[in-house]
Write a protein that binds this ligand. Structure first.
Ligand code: SF4
Length: 425
C-alpha cells in the first residue's frame, strides 16, 4: 500500500458508489458542522438502529445514497466535494481509511488493501511484489477503532506469523499447479491441527516442547520440494467429480443475488451464466433454460484447459496472489482451525475462478490473436471479477454468511472438502 495512489475521477468503479457509506458519530458531527443549514438538513442518514440490522454496531449510521447509488457528495467530476471544499480531515473514519485496512497485533500494525478498490485489486493481482510485507517507517498508525485488533491469544496467536508465512509461501510457489498448492496447504493444515488450533492447550506446561517440535517439523517440510512433489503427483492423479462443487458455487452466487446488490454484480452474473448456458446448450439461452451441474462442470473444465493452453500459468499466478492476499488480509485467528480458514479461501477462489472463466473479457482474450492485447483482456477480466466479488462481499455482511454457510453442507471444513474445492481452483 506504500505506493498506492487513488485514481480519483478516472477510477472505473469509484468507492463512492454502490457502497454502504458508513459514518461514525464524530465524522457526522464534523460534516454537519461544515455544511450550510440547508445542506445539513438535506443530508439523509440511515441511523444506528437500521445500521445495526446490517451487522455493525460501532457506527453512527449510513449516508443515504442518490437513486443512482452514488454518494450525495460525489461531484460531476467523480471527486469528493467534501474533500474539495473542506480538506480530507473532514471525512468520516471509513472514507478516510478506505481502501487501507489495518490489522493491529500486540507487536505490530499491518496495513493491507481492500480488493473492493480496482486499483488495489490490480496491484495485488498483477504486481508480483505487491504482496511482500515490508516495514513502513513513518506510515500512518491505525486510527482508533479502525480495522481489526488481535490481542495476544496464547499459542494460536503466537505462531500466527510463522504458520501464515508457510501457507503464503506454499500458495505462491510456481513449481506446482495452483490447485495442488491449495491441497498441499490443506495437507499442512491437517498435519498441524492435532496440536495447533484455536482452543489448543498442547503448548501449555510440559507438552510445550513436543508441540513446538511437531509444529516446526510440519512447517519445515511444507517448504521441501522433495517432500511435496509426490503429494502433488497424488493430488493431480486424483479424480474428483466437480459437479457437486460447481453446484455449490452457482447456488452461492444466485443466493447473493437475492440480497440487495449492485448493477455491476447483476451484470457480471447475467453475462457469466449466459456464457456457460450458451456453450452447454449450443444455442442462445433463455431465462427458462436451466443447465445441469454436470454440463456446467464440463464447460468450466473445457475453458480451464483452453486458458492453460493459451496463457500457460498466467491465470494461476494472478489467483495465487488472491489466495496469498486472503491469508495476509484476513489472519485466520477468528477461524477454529487453519483448515477451516483454508476452506473459506477455497470457496472464494472457486467462485472467482468460475466467474473468471465465464467473463466476456476472458472469452474475448481466448479469441484475440495478438498476445499483448489478449493478456490485457485476461488481466482486466481477473481484476473486474475480483473487485466486483470483493465489493459484493463487503457490501452485505450476509454474503459472508452464505459463503461460509456453504462449507457446513456436506461435512464442513475438512481435508476432503479442501481437496474438492482445490480441484475447482
Ligand atoms: S475505488 Fe480506489 S481508486 Fe477508485 S476512487 Fe475509491 S480509493 Fe480511489
Amino acid at each position: 500500500m506504500l505506493g498506492f495512489d487513488c485514481l480519483g475521477g478516472s477510477c472505473e468503479d469509484t468507492c463512492c458508489r454502490d457502497w454502504t457509506l458508513e459514518v461514525d458519530r464524530d465524522g457526522m458531527e464534523r460534516i454537519r458542522g461544515r455544511l450550510g443549514p440547508d445542506e445539513a438538513a438535506a443530508l439523509r442518514v440511515l441511523e444506528a438502529e437500521q445500521a445495526r440490522d446490517l451487522g455493525k454496531d460501532d457506527i453512527y449510521g449510513y449516508i443515504d445514497r442518490r437513486a443512482d447509488g452514488t454518494c450525495p457528495f460525489l461531484d460531476r467530476d467523480r471527486l469528493c466535494s467534501l474533500v474539495i471544499r473542506f480538506g480530507p480531515k473532514v471525512l468520516s473514519r471509513a472514507c478516510a481509511v478506505f481502501p487501507r485496512a489495518f490489522a493491529s497485533f500486540p507487536d505490530r500494525v499491518e496495513i493491507h488493501g481492500s480488493l473492493a478498490c480496482p486499483e488495489v485489486a490490480r496491484r495485488c493481482l498483477l504486481d508480483p511484489a505487491a504482496l511482500d510485507l515490508v516495514p513502513a517507517p513513518g506510515a500512518p498508525s491505525a486510527p482508533a477503532h479502525a480495522g481489526r485488533r488481535f490481542e495476544s491469544g496464547g499459542a494460536w496467536a503466537h505462531y500466527l506469523f510463522d504458520v501464515r508465512r508457510s501457507i503464503v509461501d506454499l500458495l505462491r510457489r510456481r513449481d506446482f499447479p495452483l490447485a495442488a498448492r491449495l491441497a498441499l496447504a490443506a495437507e499442512l493444515a491437517a498435519q498441524i491441527e492435532p496440536v495447533y488450533h484455536r482452543d489448543t492447550t498442547a503448548f501449555d506446561g510440559a507438552g510445550r516442547q513436543a508441540a513446538e517440535k511437531q509444529l516446526a517439523a510440519a512447517l519445515a517440510t511444507s517448504g521441501d520440494a522433495a517432500y511435496l512433489a509426490p503429494l502433488c503427483a497424488d493430488f493431480c492423479a486424483l479424480q474428483v467429480p466437480g459437479e457437486q462443487t460447481i453446484a455449490v458455487v452457482a447456488n452461492v452466487l444466485i443466493a447473493r443475488r437475492q440480497l440487495p446488490h449492485t448493477a455491476a454484480y447483476a451484470r457480471l452474473l447475467a453475462d457469466v451464466f449466459a456464457s456457460y448456458q450458451e456453450e452447454a446448450l449450443g444455442r442462445p439461452a433463455s431465462s427458462a433454460d436451466s443447465v445441469p451441474a454436470a454440463a456446467l462442470w464440463a464447460v468450466y473444465r473445457g475453458r480451464r484447459g483452453r486458458l492453460q493452453d493459451r496463457f500457460g500459468d498466467a491465470p494461476e499466478r494472478i489467483f495465487a496472489n488472491y489466495g496469498a492476499h486472503f491469508f495476509m488480509r484476513w489472519p485466520y485467528l477468528d477461524s477454529p482451525t487453519v483448515m477451516h480458514h483454508l476452506c473459506k479461501l477455497g470457496i472464494r477462489l472457486a467462485v472467482i475462478r468460475f466467474l473468471f472463466a465465464g467473463h466476456p473479457a476472458t472469452l474475448a482474450a481466448l479469441e484475440e490473436p495478438h498476445p499483448g492485447p489478449a493478456m490485457a483482456l485476461l488481466e482486466g477480466a481477473a481484476v473486474a471479477v475480483v473487485q466486483t466479488f470483493a465489493k459484493a462481499v463487503q457490501h452485505h455482511p450476509n454474503f459472508e454468511r452464505i459463503l461460509d454457510g456453504s462449507l457446513d453442507q456436506e461435512g464442513g471444513a475438512s481435508f476432503g472438502r479442501a481437496v474438492c474445492l482445490a480441484k475447482l481452483c
